[in-house]
Design a protein around this ligand. Structure first.
Ligand SMILES: C[S@@+](CC[C@H](N)C(=O)[O-])C[C@H]1O[C@@H](n2cnc3c(N)ncnc32)[C@H](O)[C@@H]1O
Length: 215
């Protein structure tokens, strides 16, 4: 594939993601609040955000994690979808004293300097972006050395019957904006990030929490 064609297909995929989440914003919480809630709660508990720390949440969506951060913790939530962010802003209005900044931003080009954040969380976003490797590189870049990066996502399973189901569902899931068959290696080879913990979360352990230390 030529470079122009590959760049075009990434741009097309990004536009599709934005379009899909523009529509999904209205119904997102109804489906994904409870279903993916345990993974979200566990991820924030592993992140152990402290007062005075800077936390970046990538793909903050409708802000379902926002009530989980303690007061005094400076949270920046970025998302590419304005309608999803609108929902997050509404949620934030109900959270007195929370220090949260919500910004429309592409996770593939995070507009913060190197090492700006103490901790970075990316819940259920890495299989939604067309080029997850570049998002991982950006998350590593903006996390300070010694900081924590946590990714929660569904990854391709090694279990043959399940892998067949994933392959079957992939065209449909890609159409609605995420991949069922993302290999774990898409995130584990990021320079500057060492995987220190891996656990299964949510229903049937079908999602994984990956905790990295920024070296
Ligand atoms: C499955 S939702 C997850 C939302 C939220 N993290 C949660 O736990 O419910 C994926 C989110 O990633 C956002 N997203 C997709 N591509 C993005 C990108 N390139 N940069 C920033 N956000 C992106 C979507 O707009 C959507 O809000």
């Amino acid at each position: 594939m030529s470079r122009a064609t590959s760049a075009d297909s990434v741009a097309d995929a990004s536009r599709r993601v934005e379009k899909v989440y523009g529509v999904l914003a209205r119904v997102y919480d109804g489906f994904f609040d409870w279903a993916l809630g345990p993974g979200r709660r566990y991820a924030v508990s592993r992140l152990t955000p402290q007062a005075g720390e800077r936390v970046l949440e990538v793909g903050v969506g409708t802000g379902l994690t926002l009530p989980l951060y303690p007061h005094g913790c400076e949270v920046v939530g970025i998302d590419i979808s304005e309608p999803m962010l609108e929902r997050a802003r509404t949620r934030l209005e109900g959270l007195d004293g929370a220090s949260v900044l919500l910004k429309r931003m592409d996770a593939r080009a995070i507009a913060y300097g190197d090492g700006h954040f103490d901790k970075v969380l990316a819940p259920y976003v890495i299989s939604v972006v067309p080029n997850p490797e570049s998002v991982m590189v950006e998350m590593a870049r903006v996390c300070r050395p010694g900081g924590t990066v946590i990714v929660v996502n569904h990854f391709q399973t090694g279990f043959a019957p399940m892998a067949a189901v994933e392959r079957l569902l992939t065209p449909l899931s890609t159409w609605v904006g995420f991949r069922m068959d993302l290999p774990l290696t898409a995130v584990t080879g990021t320079p500057g990030l060492t995987l220190v913990r891996q656990e299964r979360v949510n229903m049937l352990g079908m999602w994984r929490l990956l905790e990295f230390r920024r070296t």
